[in-house]
Design a protein around this ligand. Sequence first.
Ligand code: ZN
Length: 401
Amino acid sequence: MNALLACAAILLPVTAQAGSISGVRVDGDKVILNFDGGVKGASAFLLDSPRRIALDISGARPGNNSVAHGPIAAIRQGQFDEATARVVFDLVRPAVISEGAFAADGTSLTLSLKEADASGFKAAVKQGRNSFDFPAANAASPPRRTHGITIPIPAPAKGVELPRVSGPSDDSRPLVVIDAGHGGHDPGALNKELNAREKDITLAVARAIKRELLKSGRVRVALTRDDDRFLVLEERYGIARRMKADLFISVHADAAENEDARGATIYTLSEVASDREAARLAARENKADIINGINLGGQSNDVSSILIDLTQRETMNISASFAKLLQREAAPYVDFRTAYHRFASLVVLKAPDTPSVLFETGYITNADDVRFLSSPEGQSKIAKGVAKAVEIHFARQLVQN
Ligand code: ZN
């Protein structure tokens, strides 16, 4: 996977002479896009819940937004990467692309939509990406291969030194990156009464997990931070990506107004939050970057929410199965909430190629939980559960390969 990504990064040239999308028009069951030139090709895929079409146009920049009507409920445009504009069409009802064709001069693309039933739509989602042939005479360079490898490549976090790797010196051993949430001027959630700060708990738990993982001698381990420092969210998963980590675990402690709320929860990435509580949690955890006055890569929520692509979907599936495993293996040591696995749009989990979970280890606002989380005994219990899950996870991966 990482080799593919490296490839994709090289294949994405910075196009100085990119054209722009000069218009998007909906005409009956047809969607017509016009370009100022510079376009090199296009491909599209469908996404479910909510149902929409994502269209990637290489060599283009986003242009004017158009009014949606007919089968299209809304149209959004964004810069997907340096060389590609993405247009997302929210669908009023299930529809699939029956045909997509460029004009002979390459200045427009027409998509024909066909109504589908729910199962027909699901089948089309599964099919993945479809490329539309660009007229050969106008193609300045061979069309880019787009099969499932066009993914957003976040700029590498500059200036952050990579942490030390502990464990066996054998590079073929899986690398687990443990991320202690918050730090520095961002304390995270607080329990003022008991004088507990999330950033201290997460660091202690992360260190305990590292110690436990190293006991087995089977995995290599690195911590995103091993002291009280602030890292923006992008740096946290950026570290994991740059180190080509095989698993990323971000450690946190939850907070609630209700002091009785307690228990651990595991979050994995989704564009759509599993419930209102998950959405609130994402808002709170994602705020870490705003604290530092950093806009998340300059992307509005609207645009960043469409950046989840197929490669990321595969990673999301692995993350979700690790979440289940983590609960199963840690349950003898740690109390979980009944709904222990939730989905949320968490920035720290957005590495497209690293299976990632965010582990809310318990509630700092609950007296029992905070005692457990602050004690070396509690921390080592959490670590034991994580280590067991990690071991089984990589054993499974080994069998699958
Ligand atoms: Zn947190």
